[in-house]
Design a protein around this ligand. Structure first.
Ligand SMILES: *Cc1c(COP(=O)(O)O)cnc(C)c1O
Length: 395
């Protein structure tokens, strides 16, 4: 029997671990398992491996080594940045600015703080998903302590004008956090040049392991701890370090930032082949997100008259792994908050598909999707009362 084909196009949800990354991690599960906090010689290897990974993360961001703190992933880094800054700067003010299209790790953290006396402004975005810098400037008050705006959106791929936002924040004396979980490894980041004060990243979005990430905290930023306990991470983040995970993060960020342009050139070629094919073959389709300022591997399209959930199930039958809305909201029937924020009506937002490409995808994968997807969309449209009404209206 022929093995069922798998075409994985959900790299924005997570990636596989690169063999070189796994290889770097393996000794830290087995022979080099020492607790980095222990003082005997045997544990020094562990300590050194963590500091080596910290150097690699710092280098990738143009940060200083002592500005990098390891966490249990992207969500923890976001929670720490926002809650930590909010609590440590409470006397200065209680106002936070973010956007309507953030990841839930940011949005739900802000909502949590709203219930505890903080005020949050959720900035609009335009039809391409870009924040309005004038609206941002006007939202800043003398109570504003933090601006948290994501680097690149996980659903629609839109990249924000981060350097401009950083400049505004610095000029107004407000701290600037960016959730760069989708950006690291795909966009060149320089925290100094971009005036970024805090930055979140997660290894499993750039071919590293899951459950490990980092928060960059610029020297001098006032921030409370999120996880209390032992004195790890220079007393900022308690808990015995995820040693193999941190080693994997270091290796993965080193590989991912080595040749961003070469990696992107390949992804963009594949993405455009797929996108152009979809646009040619499937009528009543709209590209979501910015046409140019978008992540190289991201396609997000809305097909009128159908539901994304049924589309995903049918794609799955053909071995195609993709996503509708964000991975975190799948399972709920609410349309994506991001698609609503860019102004899509509910019924169109419901018919959306995200295909996120990665470094193992090939032209054959793209052509396979293009051979399957148009028929599936047509099958669903043929069953759709909305489509029937539309066809009647055409006559
Ligand atoms: C995946 C993701 C997160 C959450 O990261 P985890 O490591 O899964 O906790 C946060 N923000 C964005 C933009 C993401 O894509």
């Amino acid at each position: 029997m022929e093995e069922k084909r798998l075409v994985y196009m959900d790299h924005a949800a997570t990636t596989y671990v690169k063999p070189e990354v796994l290889e770097a991690m393996l000794p830290y599960f087995t022979e080099n398992f020492g607790n980095p906090s222990s003082i005997y010689t045997f544990a020094r290897k562990s300590k050194r491996a963590i500091e080596d990974a910290r150097d690699k993360v710092a280098k990738a961001l143009n940060a200083n080594t002592d500005e990098i703190f390891f966490t249990g992933g992207g969500s923890e880094a976001d929670n720490w940045a926002i809650k930590g800054v909010a609590l440590a700067n409470r006397e200065k003010g209680n106002h936070i600015i973010t956007t309507k299209i953030e990841h839930h790790a940011v949005l739900h953290t802000c909502e949590y703080l709203e219930k505890r006396g903080f005020e949050v402004t959720y900035l609009d975005v335009d039809e391409n998903g870009v924040v309005d810098l004038e609206q941002l400037k006007n939202a800043i008050t003398d109570k504003t302590i933090l601006i948290s705006i994501m680097f690149a959106n996980n659903e629609i791929g839109t990249i924000q004008p981060i350097a401009e936002i950083g400049k505004i924040a610095r000029e107004r004396g407000v701290l600037f956090h960016t959730d760069a979980v989708q950006a690291v490894g795909h966009i060149k980041i320089d925290v100094k040049e971009m005036n970024i004060d805090l930055l979140s990243l997660a290894a499993h979005k750039f071919y590293g392991p899951k459950g490990v990430g980092a928060l960059y905290i610029r020297k001098g930023v006032k921030i409370d701890n999120l996880i209390h306990g032992g004195g790890q991470e220079r007393r900022r983040r308690a808990g015995t370090e995820n040693l193999p995970g941190i080693v994997g993060l270091g290796k993965a960020i080193e590989l991912a930032t080595q040749d961003i342009e070469g990696h992107n050139a390949k992804l963009i070629t594949l993405r455009d082949r797929l996108l152009n094919g979809i646009m040619d073959k499937i009528p009543h389709t709209k590209l979501n997100g910015h046409p140019v300022h978008r992540l190289p591997g991201n396609i997000n399209v809305s097909f009128r008259f159908i539901e994304g959930e049924s589309l995903l199930l049918l794609l799955d039958q053909f071995g195609i792994a993709a996503s509708t809305g964000s991975a975190c909201s799948s399972g709920s029937l609410d349309p994506s908050h991001v698609l609503l924020a860019i102004g899509l009506p509910h019924e169109i937002a419901h018919g959306s598909l995200r295909l996120s490409l990665g470094d193992k995808n090939t032209e054959e994968d793209v052509d396979y999707v293009l051979s399957v997807l148009p028929n599936i969309v047509q099958r669903l449209r043929d069953m759709s009362p909305l489509y029937e009404d539309f066809l009647k209206g055409e006559k």
